[in-house]
Design a protein around this ligand. Sequence first.
Ligand code: HCI
Length: 348
Amino acid sequence: MALPEWDGELTSVRYDRGTGAWFVIGVHSTRLGPASGGTRAMVYPSPDDAVADARRLAGAMTLKMAVAGLPMGGGKSVIALPAPRAELDDATWRRILEIHAANLELLGGNYTTGPDVGTCSADMDVLAGLTPHVFGRSVAAGGPGSSGPMTALGVFAAIRAGVAEAGFDGVDGLRVLVQGLGAVGADVARLAADAGAKLIVTDVDPARCAAAADELGAEVVDTGAVTTRECDVLVPCATGGLITAEVAATVPAAVVAGAANNLLADPYAAEVLRRRGIVHAPDFVANAGGAIHLVGREVLGWSADAVADRTRAIGDTLTGVFADARTHGTSTVTAAQDLAARTLTGEH
Ligand code: HCI
């Protein structure tokens, strides 16, 4: 395997012959506290891709925690599955969680996991029976439950801040295109519809689109149209990598603000968006509501109301990031990275 340079602290990689799964944990930084970030379980083209994804996602978690003011470092787990999760039998999935829990135990609390793409609160309940280094158990099991609603609330605050920065007078009447109607995207769509947006939606699952059309009056478009359909606000809530430099140069939106981690396929895309005057809410700022929920409830002892208040404050953080970017003539990603760096180096 090629070993490109990485600025993180540790990567653990394990292959299990019995299940055919690869287990990767990227511990990017423990500078502000124990590393933390979810467990992503999906099929990858190769184990190298899984390692690269875990490292990139772990790095984003470090920035997310720093900007959100949470006393945690950044990490992420990736389980590269031998087949899509829906095709795995229960015993195989259980065995996969057992091996993951054993890896978490080996890291001894320097990394705590939680749910991410491909895992849910019920999986955290299983892990929590095997290791204490788990956030996000179900409410029934004594945990704080899904982080989806708080992630969505924070993304909606980011949309509002982005819309204001772009010179619009609120979300009412704007064309808001939501890509991905999973736990987060479906909630964001609901919040946008309640605020009077003209909703446009797309998802790989036609049933989810039909539900959004029914319940929210959304217009449904083809998944392929997401970067070419004209809209005011593009809200990516599927997996990352949507915005390549080429897409950044052509996407017909005024604001880009969503939940997907690692939205930019190419860091240069942020600069392309800036030059086109497109307001871009960096993913690691906009989608921090989930981390605020888990760390707020489980580490800091915050009430649900306090978590919601801190999550809504993502809008104010972004307003500051947009102003910094304008002042210094940088992309919003650079401005948000600088904000994180000031916390990480102890400068305020
Ligand atoms: C994320 O924001 O991508 C994951 C949130 C999270 C935060 C802390 C532990 C697990 C997951």
